[in-house]
Structure formats: structure tokens, C-alpha cells
Design a protein around this ligand. Structure first.
Ligand SMILES: C[S@@+](CC[C@H](N)C(=O)[O-])C[C@H]1O[C@@H](n2cnc3c(N)ncnc32)[C@H](O)[C@@H]1O
Length: 342
């Protein structure tokens, strides 16, 4: 067992967790067409699972496949391959996953600069590619003979021209640097509060407000490529409605399912590695008690390193500390009510 510093909050699994959570994992999928799976973590290879899932049930699919890098996922090694081979790998995934999507569905596909070339080539064959988000990845060592890689991409695709998108749900709260006022003295498009002056800005395709999960964050696990809940929350809030179905076939440590649960969406995830499935279930269990998403407070996203401002604002507004978790109630908690489209 790894020795960890006292303030290290990385989520780990005790023997008791393993026994308890292991029973929650779905290991058999042959009954899926009658027992509709909702809010579950499926242990398996998505290629084996997909044929048993209903068609056209997904509103939002988040794809975070292994990037075109050599990487060890707890014993399962993904080997870097030629760009053409990686494009082929993606094409095969998109081809098998597309039948699960509703005609109104959105798909986000994650990658780094090298994988991006293949993502665009493959995604264009199956979806309407609408944009590419680039986010600043503030972690990692500098390179001596190259530029340090500090960005990643998320490709925004839809199945058709009818899709959900609400930019107002994902506004970014920024400190106002130039506080212009109207002639009557009232603030022009910004908020004057006792805890500071802010503007809730429209979201762009360049994200610089994210932090990669690290040891002192309560969402951190030992998964080597864990995304932050804040990042996935943006995708979910922009591109789905409460009660919609969010699906992730490369679930990893469970970030998509956890963010979906906290935001009142139905979810389903597939992950090939049992350890990661158990971590996902542990995080889902923790989400029962704590629905906060670090960096999302008061219905807006906050810039990096603004926890003090968020606390100040809460203290001013409520007289006590209350980092506000989303109040979204899911409309369709009962799996029988979910429209699987068949
Ligand atoms: C980039 S990681 C996803 C990380 C995830 N977004 C998170 O926040 O933890 C990709 C994951 O896909 C899993 N994986 C790879 N091939 C798979 C397959 N054929 N079926 C299901 N999962 C697979 C890997 O074990 C790995 O955990």
C-alpha cells in the first residue's frame, strides 16, 4: 500500500469497500434489453457490452478513450500507434457506439494535440463536427527539446442539427478589470457585490479555469488520466437537460457518472478495469452525501484559485459558509419512465 501525506485526500479502496462495491458492478449484460440498466457501472469491454444495449437511448455521450500515447491503465497497456491506425481505432468505436445515440444526441470526444488529427478525421465520417474546445492542462513536467504540452482538446459533435445547447448554464464568473458604468452610474454588464466585482461571461472554446485532479482534491483517485468533475460538468450542463441519459463507454474512475449524478441526469458507464469500476462506485456513493462540484458554485463556473472569493461570497450572502451544490432535481429517477426509444 502507498504511504500518503496526512492531508492527501486521494480516494482509495479498503477491503470492505471492495466487498461492498463489487456487488454493485454489472458483470452480465445479456438481460439488458428487458432490465434496462440505469445509473450503473458496467465492468467489461464496451465492444462486448454495446450489442446488448438498447438503440437510441443516449442524449449525451462523453468519449474519453485512451489517447494515442503508450499508457498503462492499471495493467492494461495502450500502445501508441500510427495516426492511421489510431484513426481506424476511433472509427471502429464510433461505428459501434453510434446506434445507441438518439437523433438529438451530442457527443464530446477528448484527445491531445496528436490524437486530435485522428478524432477530426474519424468523427467527420459519423457526426456533424461543430467545434473544438481547447483547455489548459496545468500539470506535467517541462520538456527540454520540445514545447511543454499544456493543452488538450474536446471535439463537440452532434448526430443532427436538432440538439440541446444552453450556453447560459455554463457561464464563467470573472473578476472585472475594467468596471464600466452606464450614465446613471449602474454597472454595465457586471455585478457589484460586497465580495467583489464580477462578470458572468459567455463560455468560449478556450478553457483556462480547470485544474487536473491532484492529491489534495476530494475527487482525486490514482487513475492516471482522470478528468475533473468541473470539466465534465460543463459538457453536461451545456448539452443535456435534467433527467437526460449520459453515457460513457471509457468510464475510467467514474467522473462522467459522478458529475451526471450530481447534476440530476441518468447515467451509465462501461470500464474494462475492475479497480477503476470500484473507484467509480465509491465516488458515486460519496456523491450521495456531497453534491458539490469544485469550481461550480451559485450556478456559475469560477476561475482557478478563487475558493476564497467563493467562500467570501457565500458568507456575505448567507452569513455562514455554504458552497452551494446544484439544486437540480432529476425529473425521471424511476428507470421505468426513461424513454429508451424502443
Ligand atoms: C482516458 S481514460 C478515461 C478517464 C476518465 N474520463 C476519468 O475521468 O477517470 C480511458 C479509460 O478507458 C478504459 N478502457 C480502455 N479500453 C476500453 C474498452 N475497450 N472498454 C471499456 N473501457 C476501456 C481504460 O481502462 C481507461 O480507464
Amino acid at each position: 500500500m502507498k504511504l500518503r501525506a496526512p492531508r492527501n485526500r486521494t480516494i482509495t479502496l479498503s477491503d470492505n469497500d471492495r466487498d461492498r462495491l463489487s456487488e454493485k458492478l454489472v458483470r452480465r449484460y445479456d438481460s439488458f434489453r428487458t432490465d434496462r440498466p440505469v445509473d450503473r457501472t458496467i465492468l467489461g469491454d464496451y465492444k462486448d457490452v454495446v450489442p446488448y444495449l438498447p438503440q437510441k437511448f443516449v442524449d449525451l455521450m462523453i468519449l474519453d478513450p485512451p489517447y494515442n500515447l503508450t499508457k498503462d491503465f492499471n495493467g492494461n497497456r495502450f500502445a501508441r500507434r500510427s495516426a492511421d491506425e489510431y484513426t481506424k481505432f476511433l472509427r471502429e468505436s464510433f461505428s459501434s457506439l453510434k446506434p445507441l445515440l438518439k437523433d438529438t444526441a451530442t457527443v464530446y470526444i477528448c484527445g491531445d494535440w496528436l490524437s486530435s488529427f485522428s478524432i477530426f478525421a474519424a468523427a467527420s465520417d459519423f457526426f456533424i463536427v461543430r467545434n473544438r474546445i481547447t483547455w489548459e492542462r496545468e500539470k506535467g513536467r517541462g520538456a527540454i527539446r520540445n514545447w511543454k504540452n499544456s493543452s488538450e482538446d474536446i471535439w463537440f459533435c452532434t448526430v443532427s442539427n436538432a440538439f440541446t445547447f444552453d450556453a447560459n448554464n455554463v457561464r464563467l464568473r470573472r473578476k472585472v478589470i475594467a468596471p464600466y458604468r452606464l450614465q446613471d452610474g449602474t454597472p454595465k454588464d457586471w455585478l457589484e457585490t460586497e465580495s467583489g466585482n464580477f462578470r458572468n461571461t459567455a463560455p468560449s472554446n478556450l478553457w483556462t479555469d480547470l485544474t487536473i485532479p491532484f492529491w489534495s482534491m476530494p475527487e482525486n483517485t490514482d487513475h492516471p488520466t482522470q478528468k475533473s468533475e468541473k470539466l465534465i460538468a460543463k459538457l453536461i450542463l451545456a448539452s443535456s437537460k435534467p433527467g437526460d441519459f449520459v453515457f460513457d463507454p471509457f468510464l475510467g474512475s467514474g467522473t462522467t457518472s459522478v458529475a451526471a449524478k450530481k447534476l440530476g441526469r441518468c447515467f451509465l458507464g462501461v470500464e474494462i478495469n475492475e479497480e477503476y469500476c470500484l473507484l467509480a462506485e465509491k465516488r458515486l456513493e460519496m456523491a450521495e452525501k456531497d453534491r458539490t462540484i469544485q469550481g461550480y458554485n451559485d450556478g456559475v463556473f469560477w476561475e482557478r484559485n478563487t475558493l476564497v472569493d467563493q467562500i467570501k461570497k457565500d458568507l456575505m450572502a448567507n452569513g455562514h459558509l455554504r458552497i452551494r451544490s446544484p439544486k437540480l432535481k432529476r425529473k425521471t429517477p424511476d428507470q421505468k419512465q426513461i424513454n429508451f426509444g424502443f
